[in-house]
Design a protein around this ligand. Sequence first.
Ligand code: ZN
Length: 535
Amino acid sequence: RARPPLFLPLACGDAEGRLEALFGRVRAIQDKSGRFDMLLCVGNFFGSTSDTEWTEYRTGAKKAPIQTFVLGANDQETVRYFPDVSGCELAENITYLGRRGVFSSTSGLQIAYLSGTESQDEPAPAYSFSSKDVTELKTSLLSTPNFKGVDILLTSPWPRDVGNFANSPGKIDTKKCGSTLISDLAASLKPRYHFAALEKAYYERLPYRNHTVLQETPQHVSRFIALADVGNTSKKKYLYAFSIVPMSLMDPAELVKQPQDVTENPYRKSRKEAQKTKALVCEEPACQFFFDLNKHQGKKRPSDGKERGNSQPKQAKNPSQPTGPCWFCLASPEVEKHLVVSIGTHCYLALAKGGLLPDHVLILPIGHYQSVVDLSPEVMEEVTKYKSALKEFFRSKGKRYVLFERNYRSQHLQLQVIPVPLDCTSEDIKESFITQAQEQQIDLLEIPEHSDITQVARPGTPYFYVELDTGEKLFHRIRRSFPLQFGRAVLASPALLALPERADWRRCAAGRPEEAAQACAFRRDFQPFDLAPPE
Ligand SMILES: [Zn+2]
C-alpha cells in the first residue's frame, strides 16, 4: 500500500536520558490519537548521570515504540554514546542522525540536521559544530537545483535573535542566547519547521516569512518551535505533534500561503548583504515587485492567552478605511508598487509620480490616514525616523530637503519631500514660500521650531504646512480654497529650483520603465540610510 504523503511526526526536547517518561508519553499519545510516523529528538538525548534506563534499550530488553531519530552530544560527557559521527543505529528503533546532513524519506520529506553546540574552534570538538559545518551543510542543499527550503530543521541550540519581530519568548533573551550560526543556517535552509531545545523552555514563535515583501516572489513561511526537557516539573511542553506534507509534493500556491499572523524574518540580513541583494534585484530589467497583503492586516497573537506579557507591543490605533479606492494605502491594488522605495513598520517611501525631480519622494503611512494630525504615536514616530534618514541621505548629496503637506482635497496623507541644493539657505526657502503665498493672499506663518504640527492644526481642519530639515515650519490654515499645486510651484519657481516646466506634475509623466529605473536607483542610493529593521 502506498504511503499517503501526509506525515505525522512528533518532536521532542531534551530527553536527558529519561526514556521511560518519554516513551511512556509517546505510547499514551499513540493510544489516544493513533500512530505517529517518527519521533525527532533535539537537545540532549542522554543525561550526564545515570545509564540504567538506557541500558535496557541498548541491550534490547526494551524497545522504543516509534522510529526515533536523535541528534548528537552537546557536551564531552555524552560523546561516548555516539560511536559513529556519520550516524548509526544506537538501539532498535533509535537512530543517531549524525553530525550534520539531510535525511530524506522515500516519499520526499526532507529533514536537515545539525548536532552539537556552536564552537569557534576549528576543528570543533566532537560535541560541537563550526562555521565550516554550517557552510558545508548549506552548500550541499543550496546547490541542488530549484532549492526552495527543507521541510524540517533539527538543531539543539536555539538560533540567536529568533525573538525578533515575534511574540515574547518569555524569560529567554534571544539576543544573548543561542547560536548565530544556526540563525544563518535557518535563514538559508528556510525550514518549514525548525525545532531546538537546551533552554528548558517551550516557545512557539509566530511564523515568519522567507521573502522580502515587494522584492522577492512569495515563499513559504517558517515556524520555530523550542521544546522543554522531558519530565520537567513545571509541565512545560516537551512533545510536539504535527502533520506535514513534503513541500516537494505540495501545490506551489498552497505552499506559499501566508498565515495572518506571519511576521518579518528574524534573521534579516545585515545591511551590507541586503544591499547586495537589492542591487541584484534592481538589475533585473522588469524590476518586478511583489506585495504580500497579509503583512499589513495586523499581527495576531496566538490564541493561547497565557503568552501575553508586558513586553508585547501595544496595538496601534486602527486607521480609518478609505471611502473609495486609494492610491496610497499600501495594501490597495491601486498602489503603483514599482515606485515604492522603502517599507517600514507603519510607513513607506515612494517616489512621486511625475516628481519635480527624480528623487522627489513621499513619506506615506501604510494604513489609511488622512493627515499628520490623525497619526497614532507609533506611526508619527516612524515618520520622524524617515525624516531624519532622508535628511542624512540628502545632506550626503549636498542637498537639504523641503517637506510639505497639503491636508486639503486629499484623502491619504502624503508628505512631499523635495531636495534643493544646500546653498539654498533656510532663509531663502522660507522667504520664497512666504512671498509667493502673499501674492496669492495666503497667510503662511512661521511656527515655533519645536512645536508640533498637531498643536497648531486640529483634526479635520484643512491646512498646508512646509517644514525644512532644520525643523523650521510654516503653516497655513486653509479656510476656503487653496491652489493644489502651491508647494510644488514655489519649489519649481526661479527663486528655488528654477524648473518652471516641471511645476505641473501632469506634464512630467514618465513611462513605467523610466519610473522603475528611478525607483531602483533611489533604493540603491538610499539603502545605507534606510531605517534599521525594527527591534
Ligand atoms: Zn489610503
